[in-house]
Design a protein around this ligand. Structure first.
Ligand SMILES: Cc1cc2nc3c(=O)[nH]c(=O)nc-3n(C[C@H](O)[C@H](O)[C@H](O)COP(=O)(O)OP(=O)(O)OC[C@H]3O[C@@H](n4cnc5c(N)ncnc54)[C@H](O)[C@@H]3O)c2cc1C
Length: 391
C-alpha cells in the first residue's frame, strides 16, 4: 500500500482559503474558548440563559458561534455558503437542525420540511440528505418496535413508514440519496429494519439509501458483514454510512442505570479499530457496497485514501464519500476536495434560538473530544501567522 503523507492535512493556506482575515480571527477566538472546558461551560450556561429567558442576544450569537457552525437561518440564507463551497468542489448537505415536537403535527412538519429541502437539493444538484427517524415518529414507538412490545403492523409504525417512504420517493425523483442517521441503541433495531426494507425497494441498481453504523458499538463490523450477506442474497445494493457514534455517555449511563452490559467499546482505540476495519471491509466489497464516512479523524481519512489507491479506484468514485461538519476540520474537507475526492459538508441551519441545543452539542464535542479543538486552534493560529509573514 502506498504511503500517504502524514502532513497531508497541514496545508492551512488551502484549508482556510475561503476565510477572510476577519473570519479567521473570529474562528481563532471561538476555538480558543472551546479549548478550555471551563470557558465552554460558561458559554453553554450563557446559551442556555438566552434560550430559557428569551434574551435579545441573537445578534451576538449570530455573529459568533452561529455563523461558524451554521449556514444560516433559512435555506436561502445558506445559498451563499453552498456556492462558496462548490467553488472548492465541496458539496453541501443542509440539515434543519431544530428539534421538533414529538406529536403527529411535529412529525408531519419534519416530513414537509425535509421534502422542501429535497426539492431544493434537486434544483441545486446536491446529492444527499440525512434524515432522523426520531423526527418522523415518537421515540416510544421506535423503542417498543425495537424491543418487540409493538409490531411492525401497528398503526403508529405504519404511519411512520408511510412518511419515510414518501421522503424516499421524493428524493429519488430529485436524484437525491438518503442517509438514515444512527441514533440511540435502544431504538436502533426499528431504524435498521426500516432502512433494510427501503434498501430492498430503492437500492436495486444503485445505492439510494444508506444506513448509518456507529463504530463505538461492539460488533459493528460483524453486523455489517451479516447485513451485506443479506443484501447480496436479496439482490439489493448496500449503502453504509460509517461514523464513530455520538451518544457514548448516554449509552453508558443508561446501561449502568438499567444494569445491562454497555454496548459501547471500552476504549477509543477499540472504536478506532472497529471504524478502520469496517472501512477496509466495505472497500473490499465496493462492487456491492457504497461507503460514506462522517469523520473528523485524519488517520481514518488517510486510511481510506490509501485503500482507494491500493484498489486503484478513482478519487471521485461515486461509491465513496468523505464528510465533515460545517465549521469543523476544514483542513480535511478542503484538502480532500482539492485532491479530487468526493466531499460533503453537513450544513446545519435554522432559526438561531432553535439551533441553540445543536450549538451547545458542538461546543461540548469540541471541548470534550481530546485534541479536536486544540488541533483546530493550532491550524487557525498557523494560518494567521502565515498571512502575517506575507505582509
Ligand atoms: C457528517 C457527519 C455525520 C454524522 N452522523 C452521525 C449519526 O448519524 N449518528 C451518530 O451517532 N453520530 C453521527 N456523527 C457523529 C460521529 O458519530 C462522531 O461523534 C464525531 O464525528 C466524532 O468522531 P470522529 O470520527 O469525527 O473523531 P474522533 O475524534 O476520532 O472520535 C471521537 C469519537 O470516538 C468515540 N470515542 C471517544 N472516546 C471513546 C472511548 N473512551 N471509548 C470508546 N469510544 C470512544 C466516540 O464515538 C467519539 O465521538 C456524524 C458526524 C459527522 C461528521
Amino acid at each position: 500500500m502506498s504511503k500517504t503523507n502524514k502532513n497531508l492535512f497541514n496545508n492551512t493556506k488551502l484549508a482556510f482559503s475561503n476565510k477572510s482575515d476577519v473570519e479567521l480571527k473570529k474562528a481563532y477566538f471561538l476555538f480558543s474558548i472551546l479549548d478550555y472546558s471551563f470557558l465552554t461551560k460558561l458559554g453553554n450556561f450563557f446559551l442556555m440563559l438566552v434560550l430559557k429567558m428569551h434574551l435579545p442576544l441573537k445578534k451576538v450569537i449570530k455573529k459568533t458561534i452561529f455563523n461558524h457552525f451554521c449556514g444560516g437561518e433559512t435555506l436561502d440564507e445558506c445559498k451563499k455558503t453552498f456556492q462558496i463551497l462548490s467553488k472548492y468542489n465541496i458539496f453541501a448537505m443542509p440539515e434543519y437542525s431544530v428539534e421538533g415536537e414529538s406529536t403527529i403535527k411535529g412529525f408531519e412538519n419534519y416530513k414537509n420540511d425535509s421534502i422542501e429541502i429535497i426539492n431544493y437539493l434537486g434544483q441545486l444538484k446536491l446529492p444527499f440528505i440525512a434524515i432522523k427517524c426520531s423526527g418522523l415518529v415518537s421515540l416510544e414507538t421506535l423503542e417498543k418496535v425495537s424491543n418487540g412490545e409493538m409490531t411492525y403492523s401497528s398503526l403508529e409504525y405504519k404511519n411512520f413508514y408511510h412518511r419515510v417512504n414518501e421522503l424516499c420517493e421524493c428524493a429519488i425523483n430529485n436524484n437525491v440519496k438518503i442517509l438514515i442517521d444512527a441514533e440511540e441503541s435502544w431504538i436502533q433495531k426499528a431504524i435498521d429494519d426500516t432502512a433494510f426494507n427501503l434498501m430492498k425497494k430503492y437500492n436495486i441498481k444503485t445505492v439510494n439509501i444508506f444506513l448509518t453504523y456507529q463504530c463505538y458499538k461492539i460488533d459493528t463490523l460483524k453486523n455489517i458483514e451479516e447485513n451485506y450477506k443479506i443484501s447480496l442474497s436479496n439482490n439489493y445494493k448496500f449503502g453504509v454510512k460509517l461514523v464513530r457514534g455520538a451518544y457514548m455517555e448516554k449509552e453508558r449511563s443508561r446501561a449502568k442505570e438499567f444494569n445491562y452490559s454497555s454496548p459501547i467499546h471500552v476504549s477509543k482505540k477499540e472504536t478506532d479499530n472497529e471504524f478502520d476495519n469496517s472501512v477496509e471491509y466495505c472497500i473490499n466489497k465496493i462492487d456491492y457496497i457504497s461507503l460514506w464516512i462522517g469523520s473528523h479523524n485524519e488517520k481514518s481519512c488517510i486510511k481510506l485514501i490509501e485503500l482507494l489507491n491500493s484498489k486503484k479506484l478513482s478519487k471521485n468514485d461515486e461509491r465513496v464519500w468523505f464528510s465533515q461538519l460545517y465549521g469543523m476540520s476544514d483542513n480535511i474537507s478542503f484538502t480532500l476536495a482539492n485532491l479530487g475526492y468526493n466531499v460533503i459538508k453537513l450544513i446545519p441551519f435554522g432559526p438561531i434560538e432553535k439551533t441553540i441545543p445543536y450549538l451547545i452539542r458542538r461546543a461540548n464535542e469540541n471541548s470534550s473530544v481530546k485534541g479536536q479543538s486544540n488541533r483546530q486552534y493550532t491550524l487557525i493560529k498557523n494560518e494567521i501567522n502565515r498571512r502575517k509573514d506575507l505582509n
